[in-house]
Ligand binder design. Structure first.
Ligand code: CDP
Ligand code: MG
Length: 893
């Protein structure tokens, strides 16, 4: 139909941005058609597209006139029966006074950008404005995307409650669940869910308006959605059924959306909502300390002792730092009610003792604060236990000069000093269990000061009440990904100016506040980037490219990204997808033109289409696509689910303090390593290595019904295991729909794989991780020098010149097999391979032929199973990758 043609044309035009374009083939048949046809298309394209566009422009103007009333129709008012308390609370929100200007802008322009501080009322109120104006009472409903699942769920409940409507009408849909009905008028969903919907219905006909919330987070899916919507909105307009787009952001960083010529033809209006923000005084350190954690601790102590009541919010970089600091603070200012996490249970257990300690601590503080200190200078506070003091004195950044700036502030209010108040210390980070996270919203116990030690999750996504002081290390821990080698590292770097300002803003939510920046203003001005880089520039994009190719967007390089991914990353992704067989290179027989960088025209293959159905990395999608033999699918599904969820195993934090704790830590770790080894088993089972441990963990957890107690006892992270369970159920459904006779189900009593199955599983995993093979390097000779000795037990892989090692947590750490597969390489003290499986070198020429160089030309297609003889035989030698490993002649059963 003409509708479909139009859609396809737009999909193609998504990547047509330059004058001189080649036509992408409009249909599946053509995608698979011969090269000659493709060449003809290319030749014809330039003219035909221009003609079509000319026609469309004419049609366009005609349509617009016809449908002008659609845009300019007066706002209807759909009355709501809100509770008086709700209405009163709403009226206090800054966004309420902007309702008229927001709605006018939405009526006047197809795309509107709305900026306003966290808490100004964007998420809860804008959907209501749209509902009241009749946007859910015509042909479509209101869709709202959130980057986080928890936001999609909680916001749907909140808005339903405010509107006094049921969850049948204000609903949510996230990856695994939802409560959407035929009556749904407002639908909150994750950005990933809407992206999937675009793939099924490019015009998003269900919706009359789409709100992209939290656009400042610049999640990859949000970025891609904005790119797609920039094409969908004009197309819907052309169809006489306009779709409105509202992009909501907590920061003013919107240039990537407004000043990006590829994105929107007309620059969308930006509406700024003034927020009810109290002034926050910012205090920079005069100098920047090296030991920012020590400095953080001192600053908190100082605030707690010197400044009037009010919560303290501290920004550090990671889980480990959060716990270290929490522990130190609790020790310093004990409060019996400290029940932030498991560490405290112990304290609770010995409450009488800790009370005594608390009193002693306080008494000491009081006597100290009366001591004749010349000035308030934390470095002179000698109540620090000796070991901690030693720790703190490592710092260079803190001297009297540096603190003088704060002293003035603190002296002013010194009269209010509350003395030795206990402190209610709570950790906050994204991997923390939800019930522990929620504690931060409760008021602290009577007489305690609240102190939340957090990673940057408290920056924009959570609004914590009653924070008056923010202590900002200015640091952030980010996963860096090497676009070429695929090695990931976590690095602590300076955060951006925008994020530092967000952090400071947290202190002014309920009254005037203070933000203590533990770095100098010079560092802030010179070394902080203006904004944090969007996610799309920081992670591999293979999954994204596969999804786009599945939508027939062939020239992914020309996609209207708000910020394009790195060209290297695009190339690496395309190369990987070609090597996995998901994409086929289109050879241009007559194209004499020099190829533009990144201008490869690869197309999705039937295998790629199957892989694209699975919501996991394409490598794992390939494993799933190959799993349909010997009843392997249930195992492949379980393994892929486990591999796709981050940090399944609890990493116990190594204590710095008492010998007793260190011993306890050691014992715990030994016990858990033993558990993993038991799961991995021996013989054929052990050859599957860490993946066997994962498989058994998933099986055992399902068998027992996934209880928090079971997880804790076996060193599994409960939250992650719940996620694995959901993903496993989802993948099982998807597999059944993609592979017609798969007939898989989640078996709560899954038997371990047989020896043959375990072996086949290793081969399937190899097919997905074909470029992640490592070979053990011979041990250095006895008289070797130090640098050579360091290479003992090392491995060589295709991606890196440097030698790599098996991670000590692997069940194969001691086995040291000759050939292994790894899930990823992480750089900490060494380059460590994680997720290890043993393979046989003979398999490489069959399962990784794309990475092999053969002694004689490889038959085309590569050696296959011969049904008559029941064998796969291929006598030849081969070299793997640039490593030039001599591989044995192949003779497989
Ligand atoms: O989206 P934005 O950050 O601009 O604000 P919002 O999420 O719409 O929140 C508006 C107000 O409602 C804030 O003061 C929140 O604290 C409050 N709110 C709440 O009390 N409970 C919720 N579940 C959501 C919001
Ligand atoms: Mg919001």
């Amino acid at each position: 139909s003409s509708d479909e043609e139009d859609i396809q044309k737009t999909i193609n035009s998504v990547c047509i941005v330059t004058e001189e374009t080649e036509k992408s083939d409009p249909s599946d048949q053509q995608i698979q058609s011969a090269n000659t046809e493709a060449v003809t298309c290319v030749k014809e394209s330039a003219n035909s597209i221009k003609e079509i566009e000319k026609k469309e422009v004419k049609k366009d103007t005609a349509k617009v006139k016809e449908n002008e009333h659609v845009d300019s129709k007066p706002a209807v008012n759909i009355p709501l029966d809100r509770k008086p308390t709700v209405q009163a609370a709403r009226l206090k929100l800054p966004i309420l006074s902007e309702e008229q200007s927001i709605m006018e802008a939405i009526h006047d322009s197809p795309v509107v950008i709305l900026c306003g501080e966290t808490g100004s009322g964007k998420t809860t109120q804008v959907p209501q404005f749209l509902y009241e104006a009749g946007f859910a009472h015509g042909t479509g409903i209101i869709g709202v995307t959130e980057p986080r699942r928890v936001a999609a769920i909680s916001m749907s409940y909140r808005v339903a409650e405010e509107m006094n409507l049921s969850s049948r009408m204000v609903s949510y849909q996230i990856r695994y669940e939802g409560n959407v009905t035929d009556d749904t008028k407002i639908k909150f969903m994750t950005d990933g869910v809407l992206l999937k919907e675009v793939q099924k219905d490019f015009l998003l006909t269900k919706y009359s308006v789409i709100i992209i919330d939290e656009a400042h987070e610049r999640s990859v899916y949000t970025d891609i959605l904005i790119g797609l919507l920039s094409r969908i909105v004009p197309l819907r307009h052309k169809k006489g059924n306009p779709l409105k787009l509202v992009i909501m952001s907590a920061t003013l960083r919107v240039e990537d959306f407004t000043e990006n010529q590829r994105l929107f033809r007309e620059t969308p209006p930006v509406i700024k909502v003034d927020s009810r923000q109290f002034p926050v005084s910012i205090h920079f350190n005069k100098r920047t300390p090296d030991d920012y954690l020590g400095e953080t601790f001192r600053k908190i102590c100082k605030i707690h002792r010197m400044l009037p009541e009010g919560g303290i919010l501290v920004f550090v970089t990671g889980q480990q730092e959060v716990h270290t600091l929490c522990k130190k603070l609790r020790k310093m200012f004990p409060a019996t009610q400290n029940t932030g996490d498991s560490l405290e249970k112990k304290e609770e257990g010995i409450a009488p003792n800790s009370m005594k300690k608390g009193r002693r601590g306080r008494k000491k503080q009081n006597s100290e604060s009366k001591a004749p200190l010349p000035k308030i200078d934390l470095d002179n506070y000698s109540i620090l236990p000796l070991d901690e003091e030693a720790d703190l004195h490592v710092t260079h950044g803190s001297d009297s000069e540096e603190t003088s700036e704060d002293e003035e502030d603190m002296e002013e209010i010194e009269a209010d000093v509350t003395g030795g108040q206990p402190m209610y210390v709570l950790p906050l980070y994204s991997l923390l269990a939800a019930d522990k996270q929620r504690k931060v919203f409760n008021p602290p116990p009577e007489g305690c000061r609240l102190c939340i030690v957090s990673t940057n999750v408290a920056e924009t996504s959570l609004t914590i009440p009653n924070i008056r002081y923010v202590v900002d290390t200015g640091k952030v821990k980010t996963k860096f990904y090497d676009k070429v080698t695929g090695v990931s590292t976590f690095k602590v770097t300076w955060t951006s100016k925008a994020s530092a300002n967000q952090r400071a803003g947290r202190a002014g939510r309920t009254g005037p506040g203070h933000c203590y920046r533990l770095y100098s203003s010079a560092v802030f001005n010179d070394e902080f980037e203006k904004f944090s880089p969007p996610e799309i520039t920081r992670r591999p994009v293979d999954d994204l490219i596969l999804q786009m190719k599945d939508m027939n967007i062939d020239k992914v390089i020309n996609f209207p990204y708000p910020t394009p991914p790195d060209e290297e990353a695009l190339k690496a992704a395309e190369k990987l997808l070609i090597s996995l067989g998901a994409l086929e290179e289109v050879k241009k027989t007559s194209g004499k033109k020099e190829k533009q960088p990144g201008d490869s025209s690869s197309r999705i293959s039937p295998l790629g289409r199957a892989m694209a159905c699975f919501p996991v990395s394409p490598r794992y999608g390939k494993m799933l696509s190959l799993g349909h033999q010997h009843d392997l699918l249930p195992y492949v599904i379980a393994i892929v689910s486990a591999l796709s969820v981050q940090e399944l195993f609890i990493e116990y934090e190594k204590p710095h303090n008492s010998e007793e704790e260190k011993e306890e830590f050691k014992q715990k770790r030994i016990r858990i390593m033993q558990q993993r080894k038991t799961w991995a088993g021996s013989g054929h089972s052990l050859l599957l290595g860490d993946l066997m441990a994962l498989l058994k963990a998933v099986g055992a957890c399902e068998y027992i019904g996934c209880s928090p107690q079971f997880c804790d006892k076996h060193g599994l992270r409960y939250k992650a295991m719940v996620e694995v369970r959901k993903l496993r159920a989802q993948l099982t459904n998807t597999v059944n729909s993609v592979i017609p006779d798969a007939n898989v189900f989640v078996d709560p009593k899954m038997q371990p794989p047989t020896d043959l199955q375990a072996k086949l599983l290793r081969q399937i995993v190899l097919a997905g991780l074909a470029d992640r093979v490592a070979r053990r390097v011979p041990d250095p000779p006895p008289g070797a020098d130090e640098s050579q000795k360091k290479l003992k037990n090392s491995y060589q892989c295709m991606a890196l010149e440097d030698h790599v090692f098996i991670h000590p947590h692997s069940v194969l750490y001691k086995e040291k097999p000759d050939y292994v597969l790894y899930q990823e390489i992480v750089e900490t003290s060494k380059l460590y391979m994680k997720g290890i499986t043993v393979i046989e070198p003979e398999w490489l020429s069959t399962y990784a032929p794309q990475h092999c160089t053969f002694s004689k030309p490889l038959e085309d297609p590569p050696p296959r199973y011969n049904a008559k003889t029941g064998t796969v035989v291929c006598h030849m030698t081969a070299l793997y990758g640039r490593c030039s490993w001599q591989l044995p002649a192949v003779e497989l059963e």
